[in-house]
Design a protein around this ligand. Structure first.
Ligand code: BGO
Length: 691
């Protein structure tokens, strides 16, 4: 999105993540906003318009949340670069609105102190005053304003409280910048930074007229992505950094401490807390949900309940959908004369798409559950309880939220890893994210578990939970291997926001469920439909001059492909028809069901293709009369699907997020390799033991 340079002032909203910036931005701009990405990075850029209390037009930019300008993540690097005017496509803001969470005043003031020092006219917004008031914290805004020399306004962005005062302050043409300095750069360091200016100019990192803060933040940043610096020049930047570190050991830590000391002094003057922390509902509930033992018991209970609901509650609506697709197929058959076109519609389109759409009820339950956990604030507690487990494998709790979203789909999960500061932790999280059993695996799990334990919802639920646990456990093991053994780099300490619990909003949960259900149906109606037609065509052509449908299938393109890979998958217990399913599902996992649906429908001809797929699989026999889908084969397949990397979209997003093909290929290799070895072990050992 280009920004037309104009005389309308550009106002940046900055603050820590979860301080309420976006809520405030939405409150000010309403629907007048545009969302795009900053070029070169996957960080969201939000620009909007609003009017001040005196009717003056203003442009607002909601900058990425950050804890410090010493950037540790791409989000923080973008914030630093925009505020320093280092991003040509985004003009340097004319003013800043610093948003802080009043209930976390000291920590939030760290970033504010750095931003204010940039010398821009500023307003400080003390948001979430309601939370601070509940705890009986008294913040003297007038005194704070006097000490900082800028307007300080209390708001509650979710209700609009303080909005008028903020808009009045935004109207001021004489908005001041602060004179407050929280940290003074020692003379020696200042000289060294001055001296680094020349070499930094040569690398193209800064302009000759750049303020001293540019070398300061570039040389004390921890994120390797420096905007506008060629990779070939980064060596020079690191060299400069090392030389300052060598001459003034610990200079950065000293600056950090000095800043915190000034903030403490400031807070001592303006903040009064009760001697004893006030008990809120949140602190009471947290005593249970964050308890080392009770919290964990609760977590297991929540996931067991989810597994059970997915099988018990979803069963009836799944039967209805199955019935509707059956009737639709029968109806089309009764209307059309036999032939390839009827075959395509009934066996390709209806069987293929129906085989996936039937899982809609389970997807809806899964997302209702996720929505409920997110909207009540329980999700952040889950991340907190998992922190100790994560720390055992060399990660921190921040990796858990991206991992948790991967249970829905690895694509948003991988994207959510952007919030992790340490590049190493971020990469490890991206590598293990697809081991979380995503919703595309659900159809495959359900089909195979149904074959293993027909009509036993409790056992089915437990096995389902077992598969989720297997994927999760494996993710921890691989995280440990990657972070301890293979990759180097520091892990950053966890800074996790714990929002107060709140009553879930039915509207926002239903919106989430609707969006996910829609995405699922759109996928079924586009990608899955396309693949179904392809698979139908591959299983129908070339035509063999025979009445025998099985022979026709075996000679088709799909049959030939299945036979081609059969030697590789036979040791796992799979035949060539399962092979066709495996090949199909390398694009997307749920295509396994689609493929088998199409393959068996094509093979069986028109007469009995309306039976549920599970019954057809149960009846399938090998040449020697033994069933194809024995319990051992089902188990081997289930384990294969827990581990194998079968998702083009995830591969594409990992390529985009890591900027190289190396990592998606590593992921494809280690996941599919593990899937193969474990499925092989299960089948071979199980067979040897006589199962
Ligand atoms: C959740 N008061 C209170 N009490 N909450 C506020 C206020 C306020 O003044 N302002 C914002 N919030 P963002 P960033 C949430 O989403 O604007 C809340 O990152 C939840 N969500 O509603 O996103 C706001 O842009 C589940 O809360 O912040 C949001 O800076 C449980 O603060 C959160 C509890 O606001 C962050 C809260 C699924």
């Amino acid at each position: 999105m280009s920004n037309v340079a104009s005389d309308i002032p550009l106002i940046a909203i900055v603050g820590n993540p979860n301080s309420g910036k976006t809520t405030l931005f939405n409150l000010l701009t309403g629907l007048k906003q545009k969302v795009a990405n900053y070029p070169g990075v996957t960080v969201e850029k939000k620009i909007g318009e609003c009017y001040s209390q005196h009717g003056k037009k203003l442009r607002l930019i909601d900058l990425p949340g950050a804890y410090s300008l010493n950037a540790r993540s791409p989000d923080e690097a973008v914030l630093r670069d925009v505020l320093l005017g280092r991003r040509p496509e985004t003009p340097r803001p004319d003013r800043v609105v610093c948003v802080v969470d009043s209930a976390n005043l000291e920590r939030n003031l760290y970033l504010v102190s750095q931003v204010l020092e940039l010398g821009l006219p500023a307003i400080l917004v003390l948001n979430m005053v309601d939370v601070a008031e509940k705890r009986e914290w008294r913040i003297d805004a007038a005194k704070l304003s006097e000490l900082l020399g800028i307007p300080v306004i209390k708001t509650q962005a979710v209700t609009g409280r303080g909005l008028i005062e903020l808009k009045l302050a935004l109207s001021r043409d004489d908005l001041p910048a602060t004179k407050w300095r929280s940290a003074v750069i020692p003379d020696g360091v200042r000289t060294a930074l001055e001296q680094s200016r020349g070499p930094l100019c040569e690398t193209g990192a800064i302009h000759a007229k750049a303020s001293l803060l540019e070398p300061l933040y570039l040389l004390s940043g921890h994120d390797p992505t420096h905007y506008g610096i060629e990779d070939s020049q980064m060596g020079r930047v690191h060299e400069l950094r090392r030389s300052i570190d060598g001459a003034f050991p610990g200079w950065e830590d000293e600056l950090v401490s000095a800043r915190y000391r000034s903030i403490e002094e400031l807070c001592a003057e303006v903040l009064r807390r009760p001697d004893q922390e006030i008990e809120t509902i949140t602190t009471k509930l947290d005593r249970i949900f964050l308890h080392p033992v009770l919290g964990f018991v609760n977590l297991v209970f929540v996931f067991a309940l989810l597994g059970y609901l997915i099988f018990s509650v979803a069963a009836a609506p799944m039967d209805w959908i199955d019935g509707w697709f059956g009737q639709l197929g029968a109806w089309v058959e009764s209307l059309m004369p036999p032939g390839d076109l009827r075959d395509l519609i009934v066996n390709g389109v209806i069987s293929g798409v129906g085989g996936v759409v039937i899982f809609l009820p389970q997807i809806v339950i899964l997302f209702l559950f996720i929505g409920l956990m997110e909207d009540t604030g329980y999700m952040s507690r889950l991340a907190f309880i998992m922190d100790w487990l994560m720390s055992k494998v060399g990660l921190n709790g921040k990796s858990f939220l991206p991992f948790l979203s991967s249970y829905a789909c690895a694509v948003p999960g991988v994207m959510a890893a952007r919030t992790i500061e340490s590049p190493k932790d971020r990469l490890v999280t991206i590598l293990i994210a697809p081991l979380a059993s995503c919703s595309a695996r659900l159809p495959v799990y359900t089909l195979l578990i149904g074959l293993l334990f027909p009509a036993k919802p409790l056992t089915q639920g437990l096995l389902m939970m077992g598969l989720y646990a297997l994927g999760t456990g494996a993710a921890f093991v691989f995280a440990w291997i990657f972070s301890k053994g293979i990759m180097k780099g520091d892990s950053s300490p966890m800074i996790l926001e714990m929002p107060p619990y709140k009553r879930p909003s039915l509207k926002s949960i239903l919106l989430l469920v609707w969006q996910r259900a829609k995405a699922f149906l759109v996928r079924a109606g586009s990608i899955i439909l396309g693949i179904s037609i392809l698979i139908w065509a591959a299983s129908t052509y070339p035509k063999t001059d025979t009445e025998d449908k099985s022979l026709q299938l075996a000679n088709s393109f799909a049959g030939q492909a299945g036979h081609f890979i059969e030697p590789v998958i036979k040791p796992l217990g799979y035949d060539w028809k399962i092979g066709i399913g495996l090949i199909g599902s390398f694009a997307a996992r749920e295509v396994f069901n689609t493929t088998l649906g199409v393959v068996y429908a094509v093979e069986s001809g028109d007469d009995d293709n309306l039976d549920p797929l599970r019954e057809k699989l149960a009846a399938e026999r090998r040449a020697d009369g033994r069933p194809v889908f024995t319990p051992l084969v089902c188990l081997s397949l289930l384990v294969f699907y827990v581990f194998a990397m079968q998702c083009i979209s995830t591969i594409a997003i990992v390529r985009r997020e890591t900027g190289t093909w190396k990592w998606p290929l590593v992921q494809l290799g280690y996941m599919t390799g593990t899937a193969y070895v474990l499925s092989l072990l299960i089948y071979q050992v199980g067979s040897a033991l006589g199962y």
